[in-house]
Design a protein around this ligand. Structure first.
Ligand code: CU
Length: 630
């Protein structure tokens, strides 16, 4: 059972030519490491250097000897991981106190990827942790059940720190204590496998390559510089060729593409290389609307999905998680495909699942896959005519500019990938989003390859996608992992335009670079070279009497001071919206205005007395004025 028989291999090789490359005898000598959990609301993390063996079970392999790596660990924990980090459990509505101490040899940060937290708590490039320092941050968990992760996000050096090993999972759970619970999530928690390491497994898939440091001692190091080399090694939870004992029951796999570059096309095969469908139940930020049978799934760097695999009656058998890069579009469009990177990556069996008779493991109550999970449609913010729209375009550029300067990329260097021709600068605010606003974003890829777009602060729902060269729609039913669940990170394939809707509900701040959240390509070398921008969720507090966010739009409000009625002088051919805020940026009221030309009016009788900000949002833009209500 533990190795593929020669006969089966021959059969597989004859019946499916594309599997030839992987038909060499492959052993799985390493038990899959399962990171220990942190369940406290007082989360004390430390980044430190370790010696890690990537292939401890194979004494003949060059990675059998320890290699320098970085890991997160809980301060004072008796268990010490030598790569990656513990799985942190967050409960919905918990008040967390986090401390991260930087005991590695370089500046870093710790970003909570997928979490809805204030910008100052986000752990992005502005929240540097100097060597020897501790970053302390408190916040409330406002996310519900989801699989998230944490990793460094320092400016220009994220790739090297992730390659060196710094990444860990976050399990977000509804607390099921009767306070603020979501009844559906509570029910799902009760029926789905949730026994960590027993029937609910975190799987972090990554590649690394290694450079020989000393040929006399055959000492290697993790190559953390940008660029490609031959001989990437695939690993799961920090080891090569792992095996995992799983019960002959329903199991749940929480899959993270934690790689810095490569997209995966995951599939599960049995011992005969026959595909074994698995059921998709969650995307980045939570459950899908139902479970979807998948024979394979694309996952770009940064993306998470959760799968159910039914192993009832399979005791004694083995299954294989496989990366089918030979099935990628053969046009250079994905990093990892056979055109751009065939010397570097290959079709690979990533790990083996060994089904053991289920003796002590708790049984999952479900015997079949759930048809309905959550009502995703109900979560999607409503789009009105005044909903602000924003386009972000991926380019491959030589002439670039940001708020600091304009420059030409040296002709000795390759063109760089940018978003809107503007390489990241910590000094530049690229976008200002109004707090408590719903927006539709369009992500347009004009480059020669796919890039995963990740945005901090919020979750989004992809509502449409099309080929921007042919105008052909993307068939949504082929991508339930993109269209059928909440996302924070999405692959925008070559020639694709993706449209998503989201709500920037809270955490408004002043407009300042260090109040920014990030959006970026999650191919980390692209991000490090500038394929990133930053946005402020603006609290609406302004010093000018009138600020037009669109120079072509203006309005006159009177009387000022007002008591019951405010007149608005301007014009809008379509329905528009008024929002009224106090000077702390809290929303006091919303009004919908019918199309008008010249003058219209709305009531402010129910607005608390005092100085307020009136924001008028139209199809043509937005404008803000201060008015005294008395
Ligand atoms: Cu990219």
């Amino acid at each position: 059972m533990k190795t593929l028989s020669t006969k089966l291999l021959l059969l597989a090789c004859i019946s499916c030519f594309s599997f030839l490359e992987i038909c060499a005898q492959q052993d799985f000598p390493n038990p899959l490491p399962i990171p220990y959990q942190i369940k406290s609301d007082n989360i004390l993390l430390e980044m430190s250097e370790h010696e890690h063996s990537f292939n401890p079970g194979d004494p003949t392999h060059y990675l059998n000897k320890p290699v320098k790596a970085f890991a997160f660990n809980e301060v004072g924990s008796s268990e010490q991981m030598t790569i990656l980090g513990p799985s942190i459990v967050w409960n919905y509505k918990a008040q967390l106190h986090n401390e991260v101490t930087n005991n590695i040899d370089r500046v870093s940060t710790t970003h909570w990827h997928g979490a809805h937290v204030p910008a100052h708590a986000d752990g992005g490039p502005h929240q540097k942790i100097q060597v020897g320092d501790t970053w302390e941050v408190d916040f409330e968990v406002l996310d519900k059940s989801a699989t998230m992760w944490y990793h460094p996000h320092a400016i220009d050096i994220t790739y090297e720190q992730v390659q060196m090993g710094l990444s860990g999972m976050i399990y977000v759970e509804d607390p099921f204590d009767g306070v603020g619970d979501d009844a559906i999530l509570t029910q799902l928690h009760e029926i789905l496998p949730t026994d960590y390491g027993v029937n609910d497994f975190p799987l972090i898939f990554q590649t690394k390559f290694f450079a020989l440091v000393d040929s006399a001692t055959m000492t290697y190091r993790i190559k953390d510089e940008l660029g490609f080399s031959t001989g990437y090694e695939y690993m799961v939870n920090g080891v090569l060729n792992p095996h995992l004992d799983v019960p002959d029951n329903m199991i749940r796999l929480r899959v993270l593409n934690g790689d810095g570059k490569f997209t995966f096309k995951f599939a599960i095969h049995d011992e005969n290389f026959e595909p074994v469908p698995f059921q998709l139940i969650a995307t980045d930020a939570g459950y899908t609307d139902q479970s979807y049978a998948m024979e394979s799934i694309y996952m770009a760097p940064g993306e998470r999905t959760e799968w159910l695999v039914n192993l009832r009656g399979q005791a004694g058998k083995s299954f294989y998680i496989y990366n089918a890069i030979s099935q990628f579009p053969n046009d250079g469009s994905i990093i990892g495909d056979t055109v751009t990177t065939s010397p570097y990556v290959r079709d690979t069996i990533l790990m083996r699942l060994d089904v053991e008779p289920n003796i002590n493991a708790p049984l999952s109550p479900i015997v079949s896959f759930p048809i309905n999970l959550v009502n995703v449609d109900a979560e999607i913010p409503t789009i009105y005519p005044w909903t602000n729209r924003r386009v972000k375009t991926f380019y491959q550029d030589t002439l670039v500019s940001n708020c600091d300067s304009t420059w030409v990329v040296a002709n000795t260097k390759k063109p760089i990938f940018t978003i809107d021709h503007a390489p990241m600068s910590l000094h530049c605010v690229n976008d200002v989003v109004m707090v408590d606003s719903t927006e539709v974003w369009e992500i347009v890829n004009t480059t020669d390859r796919g890039h995963p777009f990740h945005i901090h602060d919020i979750h989004f729902w992809v509502i449409d996608a099309w080929n921007n060269v042919t105008d052909e729609p993307i068939i949504k039913s082929q991508y339930p992992n993109i269209f059928k669940g909440p996302k924070d990170n999405v692959m925008v394939f070559k020639d694709w335009t993706i449209q998503f809707v989201t709500n920037f509900a809270d955490f408004g701040t002043a407009i300042a670079p260090d109040s920014c959240y990030m959006y970026h390509c999650h191919i980390l070398p692209h991000e490090d070279k500038g394929m990133m921008g930053q946005f402020v969720v603006w609290n609406g507090i302004i010093s000018d009497v009138e600020t037009s966010l669109d120079p072509s739009l203006s309005m006159k409000l009177y009387p000022n001071p007002a008591s019951d009625i405010l007149n608005l002088e301007s014009a809008s051919e379509k329905e528009s919206q008024v929002r009224i805020y106090n000077t702390q940026g809290q929303l006091l009221g919303k009004r919908t205005l019918a199309p008008f030309s010249g003058q219209t009016y709305f009531s402010v009788a129910d607005i608390p007395r005092g100085l307020v900000l009136v924001e008028w949002i139209t199809n043509d833009g937005r404008v803000v004025s201060k008015v005294m209500i008395q």
